[in-house]
Design a binder for this molecule. Structure first.
Ligand code: TYM
Length: 342
């Protein structure tokens, strides 16, 4: 019976995703990614990573990066990731990620990497630090995914282009060296796949925005959340409907629908004939109701560093065992000499 259960787990498809510990997450990260991780984790053999190597592509304060890494580990668990069921680990603890990245670099072209939207965006935002890592970011991301023979990658819409590159690299490698990698599919959830800035609804909500009113952080308290929604940019008329010419209202309706579980149409009905001020207050309250219990739980988990260290250490061991199976196969395929033990 037990071995039958084990076999069932083994037969589950692999799901992989990662988040950068580059700051306190926003409700964009939560609604676009983390909340889906929780929904999907039991149906897959789920592996979640803290992509600390990726954060180094923009300047980080070392002590802040360390603190953010613990924060993110605690947040994953507070959002419902069960470290006994899923694998939760820090990317840099499994060197196979950097090792596979090197191999994939040898089949990646500068032309395709310099065309990536995120590379262009980040290069213009960090003109003083356009480094090789920034350009190589999607190749490391491909290594993350392909190491685990991943079939499903839940991500927000902004990562779609990177996922496509991962697929291209897997196909390119398989064509050149023979069947090695599974080809991963993206899972981009409908409504909240792209949560927009509260200050400039044509831009995605981002944790690195210098305008603190543009995003709701998962660390904001109820008053702050309500104040930020009160200030959110809306549109000139008073209609509360989702429409391409009403990006501000559409974004708030989308957020409301994601946190309440209502459809956008149901939300539109609820606010039919209401004032913008009432609407914004209600959205703020609903978001605070979602964020507050997570924040409290995250802070509780964060106060137990020994527990977090043990989760991450165990996660790294489990991830390594899987990752090196693939990496050894890759090394063999490309002709690297297998190391003789003893
Ligand atoms: P990061 O940390 O920038 O974002 C983490 C996840 O949050 C999603 N996201 C959003 N979703 C909806 N609306 C938004 N405004 C919003 N902002 C961010 C992102 O799409 C992402 O899913 N490169 C990845 C990290 C990574 C990764 C991987 C992901 C590294 N290796 C392998 C999947 C598989 C990133 O963007 O992280």
């Amino acid at each position: 019976m037990i071995s039958e259960q084990k076999e069932n787990i083994e037969q589950k498809k692999v799901l992989f995703s990662a988040i950068q510990p580059s700051g306190i997450l926003t409700i964009g990260n939560y609604l676009g990614a983390l909340s889906n991780f929780k929904e999907l984790q039991s149906d897959y053999k789920s592996i979640f990573s803290l992509a600390d190597l990726h954060t180094l592509t923009v300047k980080q304060e070392p002590s802040v990066l360390r603190k953010n890494t613990y924060e993110l580990a605690a947040l994953y668990i507070a959002c419902g990731i069960n470290p006994e069921e899923s694998v939760l680990f820090v990317q840099s603890h499994v060197p196979a990620h950097a090792e596979l990245c090197w191999i994939l670099n040898t089949i990646s072209y500068p032309g395709e990497l310099s065309r990536m939207t995120q590379f262009k965006d980040k290069s213009s935002k960090h003109e003083d630090n356009i480094n090789m890592g920034l350009m190589d970011y999607p190749v490391l991301m491909a290594a993350d995914i392909l190491l685990y023979q991943t079939e499903l990658v839940p991500i927000g819409a902004d990562q779609k282009q990177h996922l496509e590159l991962s697929r291209d690299l897997a196909i390119r490698f398989n064509n050149r060296y023979g069947e090695t990698f599974k080809i991963p599919d993206g899972y981009i959830s409908g409504t909240a796949a792209r949560v927009m800035s509260l200050a400039e609804p044509s831009k995605k909500m981002s944790k690195s925005d210098s305008n603190l009113n543009a995003f709701i952080s998962m660390d904001d308290d109820k008053d702050t959340i309500i104040r930020k929604f009160k200030r959110a940019v809306t549109d000139s008329d008073n209609k509360i409907i989702c429409s391409p010419d009403k990006p501000g209202i559409s974004n708030l309706l989308t957020i409301y629908s994601a946190v309440t579980g209502l459809s956008v149409e149901q939300a539109e009905k609820e606010f039919d004939g209401k004032q913008y001020s009432d609407f914004k207050l209600r959205v703020g309250e609903a978001v605070a109701d979602t964020v507050e219990p997570i924040r409290t739980e995250k802070n509780r988990i964060l106060s137990d560093k020994d527990y977090l260290d043990s989760v991450l250490s165990e996660g790294a061991q489990r991830a390594s065992a899987l990752a090196y199976k693939t990496l050894n196969k890759v090394y063999r395929k490309v002709g690297l000499l297998q190391r003789k033990r003893g």
